[in-house]
Design a protein around this ligand. Structure first.
Ligand code: 2RA
Length: 329
C-alpha cells in the first residue's frame, strides 16, 4: 500500500508513523507530507530515511490511503484534492466529522458503515473515541438516555506548544503560552474556543459526535472539558442514565468482552485506570464502575486512554486496516 502521512512532522503524525511500524502495516511506499517549510526534511521509518514532500506533490503521487493530521483548514482544502486523485483520506481534524455525507468511524463500533465510495473518512475527536468505545456495548444492552461527562485532558491534546509551556513553567522560565493561563499546578476549564451557547468546541464535539457514532439523536449528552497538566492521556468521569436497569457484574462482563476495552476495577487492590498507565497503549481503560445511588438505572465510570494513540493515530490506522481487510481500497 502506498501510504501518505499528512502532518508527518507533527505530534500525531509522529505517533502514526510509530503505530504503522508497530502494527507492521503493509506499507510498500511511504509518503511523508507536511507544510512547505518542512519540505525536504528527512524522517525515518523502519530504518529507512524518507524526504518530506509538499501537498501537491503528494496528491500527484496518488497514494492509496492518506492519513491526515494537519488541522481543519488544510484538510478542507486538500482532502478533496487527494480524494479526486483516487486516494482514500482518513482525517483527524474536526473538518468533516459532522458533515452528513461523511462517515465518523470508531472501527469497533461502526466500521461496517464504510463503503468503497467513502473517499474522505472522519476520525472522531480523541475524547469522544474513548468514551463511545465504552458506551456503545452498554447502549446496545440497556439503551442510554443521558450522558454527563467531565474530562481531564492531557496537554498533548493541544500539541507541542502546550508541552513546552508546561516544561517552561516547571523550570521557572517564561516562554510562548499555549493557554491563557499557566497550566503548572492548575486546571483550565477551557479546551478549544467557546461557542455561542457557552460550551467549548471540545465539549460540543463530545455532544455531537457521540450521537452520530451511536446513530441515536435521542441520547442526551452534556460535557465539561478541562485541561490538566499531565501528558499520558485523557481521563473522563462519565455518568450514564439508561432506560433499563443493569447488573454491575454484567456491565463489567460486557466491557471485559468488548474489543479495545480493558476493565481495571478493583477497590481492594486500588486498581483503576490512570494516564501514567495508559500512556503508550492502544486500549481504552475503564474502572471505578459503580451505581449512581442518587438516581435509578444510572452508572458512574472512569475512562482513560492515550489521546495520541487510540484517541488519534491508532484509531486512524485501524480504520485503514479495516479498509484493506474489507477490500474497500
Ligand atoms: C484536545 N481533543 O485534546 C483535542 C484535540 N486533540 O485539545
Amino acid at each position: 500500500m502506498r501510504i501518505a502521512v499528512v502532518g508527518a512532522t507533527g505530534m500525531v503524525g509522529e505517533v502514526m508513523l510509530k503505530v504503522l511500524a508497530e502494527r507492521n502495516f503493509p506499507v510498500t511506499e511511504l509518503i511523508p507530507v507536511a507544510s512547505e517549510r518542512s519540505v525536504g526534511k528527512e524522517i525515518e521509518y523502519k530504518g529507512k530515511k524518507y524526504k518530506v514532500v509538499g501537498m501537491q506533490t503528494a496528491v500527484d503521487m496518488k497514494a492509496d490511503i492518506a492519513l491526515f493530521s494537519a488541522g481543519g483548514d488544510t484538510s478542507l482544502e486538500w482532502a478533496p484534492k487527494f480524494a479526486a486523485a483516487g486516494t482514500t483520506v482518513i482525517d483527524n481534524s474536526s473538518a468533516w466529522r459532522m458533515d452528513p455525507t461523511k462517515k465518523l468511524i470508531v472501527p469497533e463500533i461502526n466500521a461496517s458503515e464504510l463503503t468503497a465510495a467513502d473517499k474522505i473518512i472522519a476520525n472522531p475527536n480523541c475524547s469522544t473515541i474513548q468514551m463511545v468505545l465504552v458506551l456503545a456495548p452498554l447502549h446496545k444492552k440497556y439503551n442510554i438516555k443521558r450522558v454527563i461527562v467531565s474530562t481531564y485532558q492531557s496537554i498533548t491534546g493541544t500539541g507541542v506548544k502546550a508541552v513546552q509551556q508546561l516544561e517552561n513553567e516547571y523550570a521557572g522560565v517564561s516562554g510562548e503560552m499555549a493557554y491563557k493561563y499557566p497550566i503548572h499546578r492548575n486546571a483550565i476549564p477551557q479546551c478549544d474556543s467557546f461557542e455561542e451557547n457557552g460550551y467549548t468546541k471540545e465539549e460540543m464535539k463530545l455532544v455531537r459526535e457521540t450521537k452520530k457514532i451511536l446513530s441515536d439523536n435521542t441520547i442526551a449528552v452534556t460535557a465539561t472539558a478541562v485541561r490538566v497538566p499531565i501528558v499520558g492521556g485523557h481521563s473522563e468521569a462519565v455518568n450514564v442514565e439508561f432506560s433499563n436497569d443493569f447488573d454491575l457484574n454484567e456491565v463489567r462482563n460486557i466491557l471485559h468482552h468488548t474489543d479495545g476495552v480493558v476493565v481495571q476495577d478493583n477497590n481492594d487492590t486500588y486498581t483503576y485506570p490512570m494516564p501514567m498507565y495508559a500512556q503508550g497503549k492502544d486500549d481504552v481503560f475503564v474502572g471505578r464502575i459503580r451505581r449512581d445511588e442518587s438516581q435509578e438505572n444510572t452508572l458512574n465510570m472512569w475512562i482513560v486512554a492515550d489521546n495520541l494513540r487510540k484517541g488519534a493515530a491508532t484509531n486512524t490506522i485501524q480504520i485503514a486496516e479495516y479498509l484493506i481487510a474489507a477490500k474497500l481500497v
